[in-house]
Design a protein around this ligand. Structure first.
Ligand code: HEM
Length: 420
């Protein structure tokens, strides 16, 4: 069923990654939206935080970076200032510092530049589905959902295909640093102190730095302009350029952010095909216009980037609670995307949902997802190709969610495909 949600007890501990292993604790979020929309949550590993769970509140706070700063970290973990300085990307800065880098990288990820990749994306989807359909029974995450963003990443970065598995493994080790399936350095279980100056407190960050340095040196020596990185490294019309450290951090961010969120959006869509065959049927028979709305609806329902954190820069009152300057404030996009005040039947997948001003890409704020046009394009083309070639998806075993309260997603989904 597309409206299936994990049956948590309504009082899940949001600070614990284990509270998310059966999927996002939606009953807890619903209780918070209804009765405690600015909730104080204890955090055993550090300072507690506020949880904002209603759509309108998230939009309002996210649109005010002067009040809600990204410049002291964007995850719930506490960092010293030194750690922050060593590990931050432009995502962890505020305007005007953020605006300077965002402008330098924006063009490479604009809708028109990315539209030029559609044909390549379709060819890659065809290839992936040829293989998946020939296998009939497979893990849809490994065989389909993980494959597309990984191979696209190669085209976007202009990296050789043989490096992709390695890059994606490192990206997973960064983002999924709380799941033992993806890293040997589980953030809340191992002593990661030695890596505290590295991106995501992970040794994979340092390896990616080295890779990016070597790759760019090679590309520059040979004049290779494949991918979009040369656009990022070029000076703008005022002669501004991205610095080496900014570039290395940006590279790590792309390898991490460009992969798993799109993967988990696709995995969630494939799961809804298995549980609501009518959705797949409908897409297979529908008019072209459905593809203008369907991708965003699958991404809303998946909401893989579950929250981002801000830090209050001054005291403020909301719904009778007082947040103090310096407090950590978590904007739970996954909760806002299922807020009944904003979305009718939010747990249903309605492929024609209009309007659908969902929060999955961080709407309203200066940090709105840089890769959203790429993610939408990848999700659209892959789902179009699945709808064209697959008549039915049957789930053949238990699925599993990532152990993370930050990135939500299905990491294993055994299925049998019935071709058309
Ligand atoms: C369905 C897929 C995706 C989802 C749900 C998603 C979600 C998000 C969200 C919620 C933010 C805002 C963070 C904040 O408010 O602090 C963000 C930022 C960002 N995303 Fe995505 N993302 C996706 C795909 C991608 C892809 C494919 C790329 C790159 C290839 C990408 C690169 C970035 C970058 C670089 C930022 C930081 C932008 C900034 O700080 O100005 N994302 N993403």
């Amino acid at each position: 069923m597309t409206n299936e949600i994990a049956a948590d007890d309504g009082h899940a501990d949001l600070s614990s990654h284990d509270s998310f292993v059966a999927g996002a604790p939606h009953l807890t979020f619903r209780r918070m939206r209804d009765h405690d929309p600015v909730a104080w949550c204890e955090y055993p590993a550090g300072r507690g935080f506020w949880s904002i769970t209603r759509y309108q509140d998230i939009i309002a706070l996210n649109s005010d970076p002067a009040l809600m700063s990204s410049a002291q970290g964007i995850r719930m973990e506490d960092q010293t200032h030194e750690e922050y300085l060593a590990r931050r990307t432009f995502q962890e800065t505020d305007p005007p510092e953020h605006t300077r880098i965002r402008k330098l990288v924006a063009k490479a990820f604009s809708k028109p530049v990315l539209a030029g990749f559609e044909e390549q994306i379709r060819a890659i989807c065809t290839d992936i589905l040829d293989d998946a359909i020939a296998r009939r029974e497979l893990d849809a995450v490994e065989g389909i959902a993980r494959q597309l963003p990984m191979r696209i990443l190669g085209r976007i970065l202009g990296t050789p295909n043989e490096d992709l598995e390695w890059l994606v493994e490192k990206g997973d080790a960064l983002i999924a640093n709380t799941d033992p399936d993806f890293t040997a350095h589980v953030l809340d279980q191992a002593d990661t102190d030695a890596y505290r100056f590295m991106p995501f407190r992970s040794p994979a960050g340092a390896e990616l730095y080295d890779y990016a340095r070597r790759m760019m040196a090679k590309k520059q020596a040979s004049g290779d302009t494949s991918g979009v990185l040369h656009l990022i490294l070029a000076s703008d019309e005022h002669g501004n350029r991205i610095s080496e450290t900014e570039f290395l951090n940006f590279f790590c961010l792309l390898v991490a952010a460009g992969n798993d969120t799109t993967r988990y959006s696709l995995a969630s869509a494939i799961r809804s095909f298995a549980h609501s065959p009518a959705v797949l049927d409908d897409l297979g028979r529908s008019e072209a216009a459905v593809w203008e709305t369907a991708p965003d609806e699958f991404i809303r329902r998946a909401s893989p980037a579950m929250y981002f954190r801000r830090t209050a820069t001054r005291d403020l009152e909301l719904h009778g609670r007082t947040m103090r300057a310096g407090d950590k404030v978590l904007l739970w996009f996954v909760s806002g995307n299922h807020d009944e005040r904003q979305f009718e039947s939010p747990f249903e997948v309605d492929v024609r949902r209009t309007p659908n001003k969902h929060l999955a890409f961080g709407r309203g704020g200066p940090h709105v997802c840089l890769g959203m046009w790429l993610a939408r394009l990848e999700v659209r083309v892959m789902l179009q190709e699945i709808a064209r070639r697959v008549a039915g998806v049957e789930q053949t075993g238990a699925h599993a969610f990532l152990r993370s309260n930050f990135v939500g997603g299905i990491k294993r989904l055994p299925v049998r495909l019935r071709p058309r």
